[in-house]
Design a protein around this ligand. Structure first.
Ligand code: SF4
Length: 223
């Protein structure tokens, strides 16, 4: 049994699958509290749903891609893994949106992990604080990345940019995954500033814009 917040069909708004028809399964609860969070309604308990009925509803939507997101979906490890397996078996390309702050052990190899690594300003914490080090990321997940995966950073400003740039270099992220995504926090960092920094530094990263916010507006739910 899973605790579900919402289930809808739309187009993928970000990452390398942006623009493709995609169903979304948003699971309940999150262990983090990002400053820019646009889905605080996912922090609640959600509605109990079994894996089979979720898979049937996704199949009925008819999209080839499905994104399992949250909240933090891997907090419901057992059910989430069963759901992803069921979606693979029903012929879907499965994307998993996760912060990587919870272990990804057991995620099926076929799943495309989109790991949204949390930055100090994104969590409203100092880089040197023990709380940031303790909660922001499970470093063992670096070894669980596959070459088809994506690693994303949502950046609040220049300080976050420099932190992410160091993280990418130190952990050889561009060598581990297919895409490294740098995303400006919608209300905090103008995209043009981020573009100029990426070009100045010649970084091997892709600018990532949340296109769903441009299509439907920044605060619309369930699209
Ligand atoms: S990890 Fe995602 S759902 Fe959780 S607080 Fe951060 S942005 Fe919100």
């Amino acid at each position: 049994m899973l605790r579900l917040i919402e289930l809808f069909n739309s187009v993928q708004g970000e990452g390398s699958h942006a623009g493709l028809p995609c169903s979304f399964v948003r699971l309940a609860t999150c262990n983090l509290r990002c400053v820019y969070c646009d889905t605080p309604y996912s922090f609640g308990d959600g509605e109990p749903q079994d894996v089979k009925s979720i898979v049937e509803r996704v199949v009925a939507f008819g999209s080839r891609h499905v994104c399992v997101t949250g909240g933090e979906p891997m907090l419901q490890r057992e059910g989430c893994i069963a759901l992803m397996q069921g979606l693979i078996e029903s012929g879907h390309t499965v994307l998993l949106e996760t912060s990587g702050a919870v272990s990804l052990e057991g995620v099926p190899d076929e799943v495309v992990r989109i790991m949204d690594v949390k930055t100090p300003d994104g969590l409203g914490l100092s880089e040197s604080s023990t709380k940031f080090t303790r909660i922001h990321f499970d470093y063992e997940n670096l070894e669980r990345l596959r070459s088809h995966d994506e690693v994303k950073f949502v950046l609040m400003g220049r300080r976050d940019y420099e932190w992410a740039r160091s993280f990418v270099a130190e952990h050889r992220i561009a060598e581990r995954v297919k895409h490294v995504l740098f995303s400006p926090s919608f209300h905090d960092l103008p995209a043009r500033d981020l573009v100029s920094w990426i070009l100045e530094d010649g970084l091997p990263v892709r600018l990532n814009l949340q296109t769903h916010k441009y299509i439907w507006g920044p605060d619309v739910q369930g699209v």
